[in-house]
Design a protein around this ligand. Structure first.
Ligand code: ADP
Ligand code: ADP
Ligand code: MG
Length: 635
C-alpha cells in the first residue's frame, strides 16, 4: 500500500525479523509486557514522536483494549479497529450477551445478570441445569472456565472460579452457561465501514482446541450446508449491526447437533483481527489487513455481500513451543535451525528465525502454517507435507502432534468437536518412539561424534595409523531420551559400522555428514536428517520420524537420588507470580504453595503431602529455569 511502517520492540524481540522488516523500529522497554507492549502511554508517545498517523494493534496485547483505542483517538492517531465503545461492550461476556439477546441473536441459555452473590449464582445455576459452564465475565484466551457436572460440586466451583477470575482479570464476575457437550466452534469473520455497511466473509471452523484454545482452523467447515452458512452469516451481520460495528471482527458461535438438526448459539465477539484470519484470506482472495486500513481511513467498503464467494479450501495449524507429550507444557529455548519447505499453496507467518530465542515472556505460539487447495483433501495433504518438512530444531514444539492430528482418520473425515483432542487423541501413548526410531537417532548422534573425531585425527598427520585399531573394538555410548536409557555399542567394519542397541544389530553404510546434515543407510533403508549438537544434547529431525532430542551421558542417572525429598521444582522456565506460604508455616496436603507463570499460562504448585515449609528459595517476580528448586518442605 506504500505506507511507511514503524515497529516497536522489547528487549526480548530486539533480534526479531520484524525489527528489520519495518522501515523504522523503536525500542519500547524491558521484556515483561507491562514494561513494553502493554505500556500504553509510552506507545502513544513514541507514535507522536515518529509522526505516526495510525496504529495497527495486531491480535494480542492491546488489540481489544478500549482504553488504548481511546488514547490513540485523543492523541489524534487513528486506531485501526472498531470504536472504543464497541470494544468495551464486547469485552464483557455478560454485557455482550445481554446486547445480543436484545438484538435477537441466539445465545447459549444461562445467566448473565449483574447480581453476583454466591446464593444468586447457585439459584441461577440450578435453573440452567447440569452440566454447566462457569465463565469469567472478563475472561479470554480460554482462561477462567469451569465445567460443573453436579449439584454437590456447585458451591465450591463458584467460589474457586470467582477467586481465579479475580486473580487473572481483577474482576470476579461470572456468567453461567449451559454446557454444550459435543459442540463445534464455528465463527464468522465480519468487516464493516464507518458508513453503516457491514458484511460477513464466511466462516472458520476452530473446534480443534486444547485448554479451550484453538490450534487448527479450517474453512469451509466440513459440516455447514449452504443454507445454514447463509443463516448464521446473516446472524453474525446482525450481531455486528447491533453495536454499529466497524472494521474487522469475529462473531463466535457454538454449533450443536440435535437429532440431525443443528442449533447454534452466540459465544462472544472478538473485536480485532484474529490469529486465524489467513484462512479467510486464502478462500476469499481478500487482504483483511488492507481492508482494515482502508475502512479506518474512512473509506467506504466497496464489497457487497453478494461479491463474497469462497473458493477452494484453506487450513491453518498453529505451531506452539510446547510439549504435546506432557500436557502441552510450554517450552523455551534457542532455535538452532528454522527452515520452511518450498511448496505451492503454502503460507507461513512467523517471527522466528535460526538463532532466535523463544522466551518465557510471550505467547508460546511461534508460527502459523497455512495451506490452500482446491478441496479439503488436497489442502490437508499439503498441510501434512508442510508440517513434516518444516524444520524447527532446538526447542520442543507441537510439530509432530500436528502431523498426528492431520493423519487422524476422524479428523480427516470431519468427524470432530471441541473435545476431540481430549477424548479422541491419546497422543502421549500413541506417539510411538519405536525401538527402531530410537536406534536410528542414537546411531546418528554417535556417528556425528565419530566423524568429528575422524576429522580432528586426519589433521594430526603424524599420528600412527595404529589409532585406527580402536575402531575394530566395540565402542560404547549412553544416551538419555526422556526417561529412557539407550545403550549403544558399535565398531568400524569394512567401510561401514555394526551397531548393537538393545540386543539388536544394525548395519550402517554410506555415511555422509556435512553442515548439520547426516545421511546414512541402516539395514538397507536410507535416511536423511538434520542433526545439531549443543553441549551434550543432540537435536535430530527426520521428516519421517519427527523430532528427537537425545542427551549423551556418562552413566545412567540413579532415579531415586535425583529427587530431593520435600523439594518442589519449577516444571518449566517461568516467573514466580505469587508465593502463598511462609517459612515455618504448616500446610495441608493439596494446599497451594506457589503460583508461577510462563508464556501466558499460570501454574499452581500444590503440596504433595502435609508438612512444614522449611525454606523458600525464590522471591516474587524472579525468573527461574526448569528444574529450579522452589522450596523445601519437611513432612
Ligand atoms: P484467538 O482468540 O485468535 O484464539 P488467543 O485468545 O489464543 O487468540 O490469543 C490472543 C493473542 O494474544 C495471541 O495470539 C497472542 O498473539 C497475543 N499475546 C501474546 N502474548 C501475549 C501476552 N503476554 N499478553 C497478552 N496477549 C498476548
Ligand atoms: P474465550 O474468550 O476464552 O475465547 P469463549 O467463550 O470464546 O471464551 O470460549 C472458548 C471455547 O470454550 C469455545 O471455543 C468452546 O470450545 C468452549 N466453550 C465456550 N462456551 C461453551 C459452552 N457453553 N459449552 C461448551 N463449550 C463451550
Ligand atoms: Mg473465544
Amino acid at each position: 500500500m506504500g505506507i511507511r511502517t514503524v515497529a516497536v520492540f522489547s528487549d526480548a524481540d530486539r533480534n526479531s525479523p520484524f525489527v528489520e522488516q519495518a522501515d523504522i523500529a523503536v525500542y519500547l522497554g524491558e521484556s515483561e509486557p507491562v514494561k513494553s507492549y502493554l505500556n500504553q502511554d509510552n506507545i502513544v508517545e513514541i507514535s507522536l514522536q515518529q509522526k505516526v498517523d495510525a496504529i495497527h494493534p495486531g491480535f494480542g496485547f492491546l488489540a481489544e483494549n478500549a482504553q488504548f483505542a481511546q488514547k490513540c483517538i485523543d492523541a489524534g492517531i487513528i486506531f485501526i479497529g472498531p470504536s472504543p465503545d464497541a470494544i468495551a461492550s464486547m469485552g464483557s461476556k455478560s454485557a455482550a450477551k445481554r446486547i445480543m439477546q436484545k438484538a435477537g441473536v441466539p445465545c447459549v441459555p444461562g445467566y448473565q445478570g449483574k447480581v453476583q452473590t454466591i446464593k444468586r449464582l447457585e439459584e441461577e445455576a440450578l435453573k440452567v441445569g447440569f452440566p454447566l459452564l462457569l465463565k469469567a465475565t472478563a475472561g479470554g484466551g480460554g482462561k477462567g472456565m469451569r465445567i460443573v457436572r453436579k449439584k454437590s460440586e456447585l458451591k465450591e466451583a463458584i467460589k474457586s472460579a470467582k477467586s481465579e477470575a479475580k486473580n487473572a482479570f481483577d474482576n470476579d464476575e461470572l456468567i453461567i452457561e449451559k454446557y454444550i457437550e459435543s459442540g463445534r466452534h464455528i465463527e464468522f469473520q465480519i468487516i464493516g465501514d464507518e458508513h453503516g455497511n457491514l458484511i460477513h466473509l464466511l466462516e472458520r471452523e476452530c473446534s480443534i482446541q486444547r485448554r479451550y484454545q484453538k490450534i487448527i482452523e479450517e474453512s469451509p467447515s466440513p459440516v455447514l450446508t449452504n443454507k445454514l452458512r447463509n443463516e448464521m452469516g446473516d446472524i453474525a451481520v446482525k450481531a455486528g449491526k447491533a453495536i454499529n460495528y466497524s472494521n474487522a471482527g469475529t462473531v463466535e458461535f457454538i454449533l450443536a447437533e440435535n437429532n440431525g438438526k443443528f442449533d447454534y448459539y452466540f459465544l462472544e465477539m472478538n473485536t480485532r483481527l484474529q490469529v486465524e484470519h489467513p484462512v479467510t484470506e486464502e478462500i476469499t482472495g481478500l487482504d483483511l489487513v488492507q481492508l482494515q486500513i482502508e475502512v479506518a481511513e474512512g473509506r467506504k467498503l466497496k464489497l457487497k455481500q453478494k461479491d463474497i464467494r469462497g473458493c477452494g479450501y484453506a487450513i491453518e495449524c498453529r505451531l506452539y513451543a510446547e510439549d504435546a507429550e506432557n500436557d502441552f507444557m510450554p517450552s523455551t529455548g534457542k532455535i538452532l535451525k528454522w527452515e520452511i519447505p518450498e511448496s505451492e499453496g503454502l503460507r507461513v507467518e512467523t517471527d522466528i528465525c535460526s538463532g532466535g530465542e523463544v522466551s518465557i515472556y510471550y505467547d508460546p505460539m511461534i508460527a502459523k502454517v497455512i495451506t490452500y487447495g482446491t478441496d479439503r483433501a488436497i489442502a490437508h495433504r499439503k498441510m501434512e507435507y508442510a508440517l513434516k518438512h518444516l524444520q524447527c530444531v532446538g526447542i520442543t514444539t507441537n510439530q509432530d502432534f500436528l502431523v498426528y492430528l492431520m493423519q487422524h482418520k476422524a479428523f480427516q473425515e470431519g468427524d470432530y468437536d471441541t473435545h476431540f483432542i481430549k477424548e479422541k487423541c491419546d497422543y502421549t501413548s500413541e506417539r510411538k518412539h519405536t525401538e527402531n526410531n530410537l536406534a536410528i537417532t542414537s546411531i546418528m548422534a554417535t556417528l556425528l561424534d565419530w566423524q568429528e573425531r575422524e576429522n580432528k585425527r586426519k589433521l594430526l598427520k603424524s599420528l600412527s595409523s595404529g589409532w585406527r585399531n580402536n575402531f575394530y573394538q566395540n565402542q560404547f555410548q549412553n544416551y538419555l531420551f526422556k526417561e529412557k536409557n539407550l545403550s549403544v555399542q558399535y565398531k568400524y567394519n569394512e567401510g561401514g559400522f555394526i551397531f548393537q542397541i538393545e540386543e539388536q544389530n544394525y548395519e550402517v553404510k554410506r555415511l555422509s555428514i556435512s553442515n548439520n546434515k547426516i545421511s546414512l543407510e541402516v539395514n538397507g533403508v536410507f535416511y536423511q536428517s538434520t542433526i545439531i549438537k549443543e553441549l551434550n544434547k543432540y537435536y535430530i529431525y527426520t521428516p519421517e520420524l519427527g523430532n528427537y532430542i537425545l542427551e549423551a551421558i556418562e552413566r545412567f542417572p540413579d532415579n531415586e537420588s535425583e529427587k530431593v525429598k520435600g523439594g518442589y521444582i519449577a516444571p518449566m522456565p517461568s516467573q514466580i507470580l505469587r508465593i502463598l506460604v511462609e517459612v515455618e508455616q504448616e500446610v495441608k496436603e493439596g494446599e497451594p504453595l506457589i503460583v508461577i507463570t510462563s508464556m501466558k499460562m499460570e501454574n499452581t504448585i500444590y503440596a504433595d503431602e502435609a508438612g512444614v515449609v522449611k525454606e523458600i528459595f525464590v522471591t516474587e517476580g524472579e525468573n527461574v529455569e526448569a528444574g529450579f528448586q522452589l522450596l523445601l518442605m519437611d513432612s
